[in-house]
Design a protein around this ligand. Structure first.
Ligand code: COA
Ligand code: ZN
Length: 318
């Protein structure tokens, strides 16, 4: 089984969509540059959603244009940039702007879908189906998020059968990837095993991604449950940035630096330089004005302080 892991950094979209202070396009691109410099190869950059509902994503077109310049000038043309689209209008806007990978979303309950997309679950599922079919014709990569896969922010714990049924329906659309998403960070590792075991057996692990928020500190354990089943695709957010405006109680995704540390220490290859992620956390904290950083960021800071102390003790006194 491969030891390569693909991490999609979702800080620019999932991480920023709920920020109270409006983040400028230039600052978003500073974050993107720090992430790309650290070796991040997959970025979910923005979303084509209603700008009045999610003002942080209103500059989607400018972010994409800036990223195009950035990836060309950094000689990083292999960086895969994706966007989230909630409906056909969003898809058309993404396509007009040259996007090559999109994500669509369907949640596990009517309540969540209505709050998030103003659609019932059946409607959201059929919109996903239509967009995936169109994207396949257009040669665009597709991902379907199964949101609220473990817990719905309104209706509580999601029965495994609901998530399985929805996932199977979305696999049948022909989407390249299905992202099992613990949107509120209320799940546990056993749920991941219960959801993924039958899916992986039937469709193979390559088809699945895990998108895990870390509200209750379970995300790394859940990611590891995925690893043991062969899953090699994960989302994460720099410094643990994030939350969802339509999922009360959700905190950020699992911090990219925590996920990279765990995977690299366990012998997996993420292609991301842990030491360079420190700078990306610092930039993200500066532009958002938030105190950011998972456990590993704090650990890296303490290591740095120890080294400085040691150097100071060893240097001759004047
Ligand atoms: N981007 C921008 N504008 C859009 C749009 C899109 N993807 N989809 C619809 N609109 C506009 C329509 O053109 C229309 O504009 P008008 O009032 O000027 O005529 C207006 O929005 C209403 O259109 P409608 O199709 O009735 O949309 P809606 O009000 O039912 O909203 C969504 C549906 C999906 C656009 C909205 O719920 C949304 O943006 N949700 C995203 C939530 C999100 O980002 N969640 C976090 C990530 S999962
Ligand atoms: Zn999320």
């Amino acid at each position: 089984m491969s030891n390569k892991v693909i991490i999609t950094e979702v800080g620019l979209r999932d991480g920023l969509q709920n920020q109270p202070k409006l983040i400028s396009t230039a600052h978003k691109l500073e974050m993107a540059k720090a992430l790309i410099d650290a070796g991040v190869s997959h970025l979910e950059a923005t979303s084509f959603v209603h700008p009045k509902l999610v003002p942080q994503m209103a500059d989607a077109v400018d972010v994409l244009a800036g990223l195009k310049d950035l990836t060309q000038s950094c000689d990083n043309s292999n960086v895969n940039v994706s966007v989230l689209v909630p409906n056909m209008k969003g898809y058309q806007r993404a396509k007009e702007n040259g996007v090559t990978s999109i994500g669509v979303v369907v949640a596990s309950t009517d309540t969540f879908n209505l709050k998030n997309l103003n659609m019932t679950t059946d409607k959201a599922a059929s919109v996903c189906q239509e967009i995936v079919a169109q994207a396949k014709q257009d040669g665009i990569n597709t991902r379907v998020y199964i949101s609220g896969a473990c817990v719905c922010p309104y209706d509580g714990k999601t029965p495994v059968d609901i998530t399985l049924g929805l996932s199977e329906k979305m696999v049948a659309t022909g989407a390249d990837e299905i992202s099992i998403s613990d949107t509120v960070g209320g799940g546990n590792p056993q749920q991941i095993i219960d959801i993924l075991t039958p899916l992986v057996q039937q469709y193979g692990a390559d088809r699945f991604n895990l998108h895990l928020h870390d509200t209750r500190g379970q995300a790394l354990a859940m990611a590891w449950a995925g690893i043991t089943l062969g899953v090699r695709r994960f989302d994460s957010s720099i410094g643990g940035l994030g939350g969802c405006p339509f999922a009360p109680g959700a905190s950020g995704n699992v911090a990219t630096e925590d996920l990279v540390y765990m995977l690299e220490e366990a012998g997996f290859d993420t292609g991301i330089q842990l030491s360079a992620l420190k700078a990306a956390v610092t930039v993200s904290a500066q532009v958002t004005g938030q105190k950011l950083g998972g456990n590993i960021y704090q650990w890296m800071l303490s290591q740095e302080a120890l080294l400085k102390n040691k150097a100071a003790q060893e240097s001759p006194c004047i």
